[in-house]
Design a protein around this ligand. Structure first.
Ligand code: HEM
Length: 129
């Protein structure tokens, strides 16, 4: 049975299952597999990020804009809206596979908003090279 997203443990399960899908994806897996060396640390960081997003905890300290502009640069500016679309589809699929309830919709909405924001910043950062 599907459950509600109620605490950090649920967020950790979401993040872990999502990155399993991401890592084995033919089209976008390599961005992650070639960049991230410490997966335990990455999963912890992303759990902090989404926990903050959902429950207001303050244990995430990174900067997603700087991180994604750097990834785009590292891969010769090859991140496209289609790549963000694949990411988002996997995020939605993981949420629907494991959970139900209001927080599922909130996390879908937040990721969709963030996608637009991150991509616009990537696009803008390319003009500064
Ligand atoms: C709405 C969509 C996305 C969200 C919400 C998101 C979120 C995040 C966050 C919060 C981080 C941690 C940043 C930090 O503090 O260092 C991160 C890292 C990363 N993201 Fe995304 N991301 C998204 C889409 C993508 C896409 C499409 C790609 C594929 C190119 C990508 C590739 C990466 C990589 C490789 C890292 C690790 C960067 C590093 O540690 O050097 N992300 N992402």
């Amino acid at each position: 049975m599907k459950k509600l997203i109620e605490n950090r443990e649920d967020v950790k399960l979401l993040v872990t299952t999502f990155y399993d899908k991401i890592r084995s994806d033919q089209e976008i897996g390599f961005f992650f597999n070639e960049t991230i060396t410490d997966w335990e640390e990455h999963l912890e960081k992303l759990t902090n990020f989404w926990e903050m997003n959902l429950f207001g905890t303050k244990n995430y300290t990174g900067n997603p804009i700087i991180a994604h502009n750097a990834v785009d640069k590292r891969f010769n500016h090859s991140i496209t809206p289609n790549i963000f679309g694949i990411w988002l589809n996997l995020w939605f699929a993981t949420l629907d596979e494991l959970f139900e309830g209001e927080n599922v919709d909130i996390l879908k909405r937040r990721a969709r908003k963030m996608q637009t924001f991150l991509y616009m910043n990537i696009f803008e950062s390319r003009t500064k090279d």
